[in-house]
Design a protein around this ligand. Structure first.
Ligand code: NI
Length: 174
């Protein structure tokens, strides 16, 4: 596995609408493995292919699978997802505010309103269809990553942004 370079604004690849993935080959598997390694190294909890300079609809996420594991900070309950051509097919009416950071905008964090829960349709790394229901912080991560595939970054949506003052504010970037 190879660490990829994370691109930052104003790189135009971050503003492009990414293409659907249509071929599930060895090159794709390598890219997914590299993205997971790059996300862990950053460190971050999510990464979209445009963030490593590749305009394809592919995201990886690594986070606690449920609220109990998140509260207990039980690292062993973290799960990795690789989603190809993800589509948000359902979103809760309820929205929540939260503070987000992005590996491609390293100097800012901001307050963004997101759906509390979503349903996602996607393909797994082998091209098999899958459906996913997520809520809370995990739902926020997925919404942030899917935005990256459409050329949208969190500062476009934020009600306010600021320079992070503590290490805690820089945690869990996506
Ligand atoms: Ni991001």
């Amino acid at each position: 596995m190879t660490l990829r370079t994370i691109v930052t604004l104003p790189d135009p690849v971050l503003r492009r609408k990414a293409r659907n993935v249509t071929v599930f080959d060895k090159k794709l598997q390598t890219l997914i493995d590299d993205m997971i390694e790059t996300m862990r190294d950053a460190p971050g909890v999510g990464l979209a292919a445009p963030q490593v300079g590749i305009s394809n609809r592919l995201i990886v996420v690594e986070y606690y699978e449920n609220d109990e594991a998140e509260e207990a900070e039980d690292e062993t309950k973290k799960k990795v997802w690789a989603l190809i051509n993800p589509e948000i097919v359902k979103a809760s009416e309820e929205k929540v505010m939260g503070v987000e950071g992005c590996l491609s905008i390293p100097n800012l964090v901001g307050e963004v309103e997101r759906h509390e829960a979503i349903q996602i349709k996607a393909f797994n790394r082998h091209g098999q269809p899958m459906k996913l229901k997520v809520s809370g912080w995990l739902a926020r991560i997925f919404q942030h990553e899917v935005d990256h595939l459409n050329g949208v970054v969190f500062t476009d949506l934020a009600t306010r942004v600021w320079f992070p003052e503590t290490e805690e504010e820089k945690e869990d970037r996506v």
